[in-house]
Design a protein around this ligand. Structure first.
Ligand code: SF4
Length: 933
């Protein structure tokens, strides 16, 4: 347990009350517990839950900002049919009748659901029950397909079940932690902080980072293997070869609990040397220097307590499942699995990806970890659900599912809580498919997304602060998400399980008379135990008889939870269910699988799968010479629909960017801050150039978050290859061949305004951000006059008042501020080239009292010394780069800790400390003239 981790202080957004409700963060798979208090005006204050075993009070920048995202601005607040506001009864009837009619005319496989790891287990359960159990099609898939389906497929091939064998606690018990394909510092920040604390407490703990890029996670690395994209199988096959060659295999465990060792070793040897490891060959395949390979193999071989954690860098690949199995093989061959401090560990991306896996949210699984193709499972589910129409074959996985929409095979689709027009690979094709689909329903809490723009019917779903149910995190821990806001807040917003149940009843199906989320949960929990008798890993039937009050009180706990097991958090004397009085008691001990075998294969032995190194399906070429890697940034979540509402979360990385090595930047004649055009055989995008040695030559990196509601050309998944893993169907989002070139524009602008700009479609580039009091835009165009006209028409002529302006046509500089009633309404700065990182001072101007200092700064285009902050580094404490440099230069700070004490940087969630350290290093080692502010 991480008893030395300091809880992250609450963000005191508003006046706190003393009433705290425990719930769960809405974002990543770490599944942090939060506590929230709601002020009389509905404002929410959030702090980490010190009793939650995932985070012990810590939260990252996104979790801390949850309260800022709870707003009715931009909410979908009523059903909409064909653009017109509608009553719920009409919306339900419309969806039910169109789905029913389509099924009657074209069969059950002509309809589909595309759901999300954002919805709760109860929602997922009901959606799966309707599609697979009653409509009789397997066509329900989830955006978790894009996230960790290769881990699921790898687990099932090896273990016979989708079981995560270990726990978070094992990070702290390990002596070697291998992070592969995971920028944990940004994507699972609180878990990364646990690892950081563990390393501080145990300096002997070694960390190996395997990643083509040098990410912030390398801050902790004793060894960074900058592997060639897609070469993970070769590296882990080399490791297996080494373990075999040097007699590090656990023959007792192998003999008793595994099968397939010989085949796995044979393919490992084919890849990496038939007479033991051929280091030159392994180095050639992986791109990793021989000395680093040897060091990694030695550490792994000689450290019994080794954890290997992997994430999207492994999963999002056309060989993702094989990569997973190459990792699992090394752990099975050494018997290092399910032990304290030893095992493989898949980090899930989304808050409830695991819950979705449990209830059968993936098209190729049935509910409760039961499987297609197993007649007994088919019989049990049919019996349990009292249906004779259970789907008999897997449905279409995400890419195939949208292909079927495009081809017209699927004629009605219901998308819940996800934004595939931004997040799916080959996203332009997905958008066109939805635009042409005869009937598209979208349930969401946000009104305007790239996907809601394609919908015939919009259904207003509850948002995070309104929902109630359960989620399961990466370590199989089920936590309650509790309702924070009163139901009177947004009476039209409904729970997803309720919406689906109403449609199901309207379609004439029985079995959907659920009265509450607790009611759904009890049925699901009972199903996991139905004729289980130890034959299936997933069994939470110990929760099947919880009363409503006990469901409210339930504390975070790992499955399995069998009848008779102690249920965490239950107070048998409690009578109230207002969910305000529960307190979490000490969590039960961590639960692990497989240290003594007991796999869920027919002979209860794990299978070591023979896997070989494969190159990605589409190779680079003369036309597309660079490898595009997509990923996530520190302060944003998915497609910005929620995190962009918290203004300070968009300050760290305000625009879509292209990270490129200096050598390649020279080759493509790109300078820092240019705008690059990126083209693949599937799509086109633009991004701000960020030159960095963190990306190797031949590769570029882009974040995947922006859609067309926030940027003109930032929808990076339009570029991404639809190639996918043959076993899992997971797309290859980490390897798309692309062409890069500089976009030549005439001039660019930064504008701030209290109301959103419209009519931007004629500009060649724009990005929108929310700032306090309004919006900030980055704009550029080939035609300078159009840019001037657009801003003049929308910003300076729209309201009466005073206009301050400066124009110098010769230098293409133009600046303008519009003031009405002593208040700044809008301002812009136009120039041939703008270094937007120098304009962080604009972020706060709409929130400040207008004075002559500000007016002069806007006219000059440069701030006064007192306004300088520099680009934001620390989101939690909102500390800019210049404040950090000032602390180093003028206050003598010589360490990250000293900078934190003085400025606050890095003292919130801690995710920015690697960047603070880099600034410290650069400032201390730079020539004096170069660091003058
Ligand atoms: Fe939320 Fe951050 Fe915790 Fe993930 S690490 S669950 S985003 S607070």
């Amino acid at each position: 347990m991480s008893d030395t981790m300091e809880p992250t202080p609450a963000v005191q957004l508003h006046t706190p009350t003393t009433q705290w409700t425990k719930s769960t963060c809405a974002y990543c798979g770490v599944g942090c517990g939060i506590e929230a208090s709601v002020a009389d005006n509905g404002d929410i204050t959030v702090r980490g839950d010190a009793s939650h075993p995932a985070n012990f009070g810590k939260l990252c920048s996104k979790g801390l900002a949850l309260g800022d995202t709870v707003t009715n601005e931009g909410r979908l607040l009523a059903p909409v049919i064909n653009g017109e506001t509608a009553h719920w009864s009409d919306a339900i009837e419309t969806v039910a009748s169109r789905f029913k009619d389509t099924i009657e005319r074209h069969g059950p496989d002509s309809v589909a659901f595309y759901v999300s790891g954002q919805i709760l287990t109860e929602d997922y359960y009901v959606a799966n029950k309707l599609m697979k159990g009653y409509i009789g099609s397997g066509n329900i898939d989830t955006n978790s397909r894009l996230c960790m389906s290769s881990s699921v497929a790898g687990h099932k091939r090896a273990f016979g079940s989708d079981t995560v064998p270990n726990c978070y606690e094992d990070l702290e018990l390990a002596d070697l932690v291998v992070l592969t394909g995971s920028n944990m510092a940004w994507c699972h920040p609180v878990l990364y902080q646990r690892l950081k604390t563990a390393k501080a407490n145990n300096p002997a703990l070694k960390v190996v980072v395997i990643d083509p890029r040098a990410t912030d996670t390398c801050e902790l690395a004793d060894l960074h293997l900058a592997i060639n994209p897609g070469a993970d199988v070769a590296l882990f096959n080399g490791l297996l070869n080494f373990l075999n060659e040097h007699h590090h295999l656990n023959s007792d465990y192998i003999e008793k609990h595994t099968q397939g060792l010989d085949g796995a070793i044979a393919t490992a040897q084919q890849d990496t040397g038939v007479n033991g490891v051929d280091y030159a060959q392994t180095a050639h395949l992986t791109g990793v220097p021989i000395a680093y390979i040897e060091q990694f193999f030695q550490w792994f071989a000689n450290t019994p307590k080794v954890m290997t954690l992997y994430s999207q860098g492994v999963n999002q690949s056309s060989a993702g499942t094989d990569k997973v199995n190459s990792i699992l093989n090394c752990h099975l061959a050494t018997g290092r699995i399910g032990l304290p401090g030893a095992g493989p560990f898949s980090l899930t991306g989304q808050p409830n990806a695991m819950g979705g896996r449990e209830v059968g949210g993936l098209a190729n699984t049935l509910a409760a970890h039961m499987e297609f193709g197993n007649p007994e499972h088919h019989r049990l589910i049919s019996e349990f659900w009292e249906t004779d129409n259970l789907a008999t074959a897997p449905g279409l996985k995400a890419v195939e599912l949208f292909d079927a929409v495009a081809s017209g095979k699927i004629k009605a689709i219901w998308i819940m809580a996800t934004n595939p027009v931004v997040s799916m690979p080959n996203a332009d094709k997905v958008r066109k498919a939805l635009q042409d689909c005869p009937f598209v329903v979208v349930s969401d809490c946000i009104a305007d997304t790239d996907t809601t723009r394609c919908a015939d019917v919009l259904l207003p779903a509850m948002g995070w602060a309104e929902k109630s149910g359960t989620v399961t995190n990466s370590e199989r821990r089920i936590s309650r998400q509790r309702r924070l806001l009163a139901s009177s807040e947004n009476p039209q917003a409904k729970a997803d399980w309720w919406i689906i149940s109403q449609v199901a009843l309207s379609m004439g199906y029985s079995g959907f008379n659920f009265t509450s989320d607790a009611d759904v949960f009890r049925e699901y929990a009972a199903m996991t135990g139905y004729h289980n008798n130890g034959s299936r890993d997933l069994d939470i039937s110990g929760l099947a008889t919880l009363s409503d009050a006990h469901y409210q009180q339930m504390a975070p706990q790992q499955w399995p939870i069998k009848p008779g097991d102690k249920v965490a958090g239950i107070n048998h004397n409690a009578v109230d269910i207002d969910n305000k009085t529960h307190s979490h008691t000490a969590a039960p001990p961590s639960k692990r699988f497989f240290s003594e075998g007991g796999f869920y294969t027919p002979n209860r032995k794990a299978t070591m799968v023979a896997v070989s190194h494969l190159t990605p399906q589409t190779a680079v070429s003369t036309a597309y010479p660079m490898v595009l890697n997509t990923g996530r940034i520190r302060d944003q979540w998915h497609t910005l629909t929620r995190t962009a509402l918290a203004t300070h979360l968009s300050a760290h990385k305000p625009e879509p960017y292209l990270q490129i090595n200096p050598q390649d930047a020279r080759c493509f004649q790109l300078a820092q801050g240019d705008i690059a055009e990126i083209t693949s055989q599937w799509g086109y995008a633009k991004a701000r150039v960020d030159i960095s040695n963190d990306t190797n030559p031949g590769q570029v990196f882009v974040p995947m978050h922006w859609g067309q509601t926030y940027a003109s050309h930032g929808r990076m998944c339009a570029l991404v290859s639809p190639n996918r893993d043959p076993h899992s169907g997971q797309p290859e989002a980490k390897f798309t061949p692309v062409a890069i070139k500089k976009w030549h524009y005439h001039s660019e602008a930064i504008a701030i305004t209290r109301t959103p700009l419209t009519a931007l479609e004629n500009l060649g580039y724009w990005v929108k951000r929310r700032i306090t009091g309004g919006y900030l835009y980055y704009l550029a165009n080939e035609d300078g006059q159009s840019l001037n006209d657009c801003l003049d028409q929308q910003l300076t002529l729209c309201k009466a008042g005073t206009t301050l302006s400066f124009n110098d046509p010769k230098s293409l500089q133009s600046r303008c501020a519009k003031i009405a009633d002593g208040v700044l309404n809008s301002a812009y700065i136009i120039a041939s080239k703008i270094d937007s990182s120098q304009y962080a001072w604009l972020d706060s101007l709409l929130d400040k009292t207008l004075d002559t200092d500000i007016q002069r700064a806007l006219l000059r285009g440069t701030p006064s010394a007192s306004m300088l902050t520099g680009r934001q580094i620390c989101a939690c404490k909102q500390v800019g780069e210049l404040s950090i440099i000032d602390a180093i230069e003028n206050s003598g700070c010589q360490s990250v800790a000293a900078i934190g004490t003085l400025t606050g940087a890095g003292t919130g969630c801690g995710s920015c400390t690697a960047e603070v350290a880099a600034i410290l290093d650069k400032t201390l080692n730079a020539p004096v003239a170069a660091i003058a502010v």
